[in-house]
Design a protein around this ligand. Structure first.
Ligand SMILES: [Zn+2]
Length: 340
């Protein structure tokens, strides 16, 4: 097999070459172009094509740093295959530092694969999808929790698909959540178009969280190893792993409005009946405690400590006893290793 040029509408990148471009995907009210940054790294050796995307939600920043560091800091001389790197997918939302496109608050991550004849969001999605997503063989889409909350680093994918299963395991996070994904999400539509894709969730919006970024970079390196894009490197084993099937109602919601004190942290395993949070009135004279309805893993928690009734407090994923044992053992091992 010989390496071929990577082509997109308007250009190409030959094997052994890299290119950074600002690619036009729309126009503003003033008629100025809306351009997204794209780096293409075409390895000298043949291999698969991997896309990496971040900031499909404009205020979810951690992934931006992951994608930029892969583009700029990594040695690409040993690369087999091609990297398509899109650090800021949703440029209008990124400029506004908000989740949705400022244009009618549309969700770019429900607009894929896009449509050239439809809304502005779907037209942008179409241009991105046809040029940089469809040509890929696999993909990693980086997100964080919504503003005011935080997430454990974890992968999400449709594990019923063998190729997604392989990718999610290669990434090497402790936790994998098995979901098909909503229609219109980049990961689901890319997977359906033949580029098996996982979402990586990590931390909170509006932040660079170095520890999470470093762990995600390890995950990317491991994916490159697994798919022989870095054929001589090892695949990362996280030490312990829990695969969780997401149930619909795993967000625990506040029943009363107030100010919240969380008693557990992101990544904690909480027992049934354990107090997770206390909600107090402004005088702190009345309090409501929130107990865990089952034993589960706190995949996501509230960071901004205020709620109306109905607001989410934490994303608590139920785990069966076997998974619980894996997590408990794994966490104990991790701590033991830390102490050495
Ligand atoms: Zn997101």
């Amino acid at each position: 097999m010989t390496a071929g040029a990577f082509t997109y509408s308007g250009g190409k990148v030959e094997p052994g070459e890299s290119s950074t471009i600002r690619y036009r995907i729309s126009e503003t009210y003033l008629g100025d172009p809306v351009k997204i940054p794209v780096s293409i790294v075409n390895g000298a050796n043949p291999g698969p094509t991997l896309f990496m995307t971040a900031a499909a939600h404009g205020d979810e920043l951690n992934g931006i740093e992951v994608v930029r560091e892969v583009a700029l800091d990594w040695d690409h001389s040993k690369l087999h295959g091609t990297l398509i790197l899109l650090p800021v997918l949703n440029v209008p939302a990124f400029l506004a530092q908000q989740r949705y496109l400022p244009i009618y608050d549309r969700d770019l991550n429900r607009s894929f694969p896009g449509d050239q004849e439809s809304t502005s969001a779907k037209r942008m999605a179409h241009t991105i999808f046809t040029n940089f997503i469809e040509p890929a063989d696999l993909g990693l889409d980086f997100h964080t929790s919504t503003r005011g909350r935080t997430n454990m680093l974890h992968a999400r994918g449709d594990l019923a698909r063998e190729d997604v299963f392989r990718l999610a395991h290669a990434f090497g996070s402790h936790v994998i959540i098995d979901t098909e994904g909503s229609e219109g999400t980049l990961r689901r539509e890319a997977t359906d178009s033949g580029a098996p894709t996982i979402t990586v969730e990590m931390g909170e919006a509006h932040r660079f969280q170095r520890e999470l970024i470093d762990r995600a970079l390890e995950g990317v390196a491991s994916v490159l190893a697994e798919f022989e894009m870095w054929p001589d490197e090892p695949v990362h084993w996280p030490g312990w792993r829990a695969t969780i099937t997401a149930e619909e109602k795993t967000w625990l919601r506040a029943e009363s409005g107030g100010i919240v004190e969380m008693h557990a942290e992101r990544g904690d395993l909480v027992a049934a009946g354990e107090t997770i949070a206390t909600i107090t009135n402004p005088f702190k004279t009345e309090r409501t405690t929130v107990e865990s309805p089952w034993t589960g893993l706190l995949v996501g928690v509230l960071e901004n400590p205020v709620v109306y009734p109905g607001n989410p407090l934490c994303h608590l994923v139920e785990v069966d006893e076997a998974t619980q044992a894996v997590i408990e053992q794994g966490v104990a091992d991790t701590h033991a290793a830390d102490e050495e």
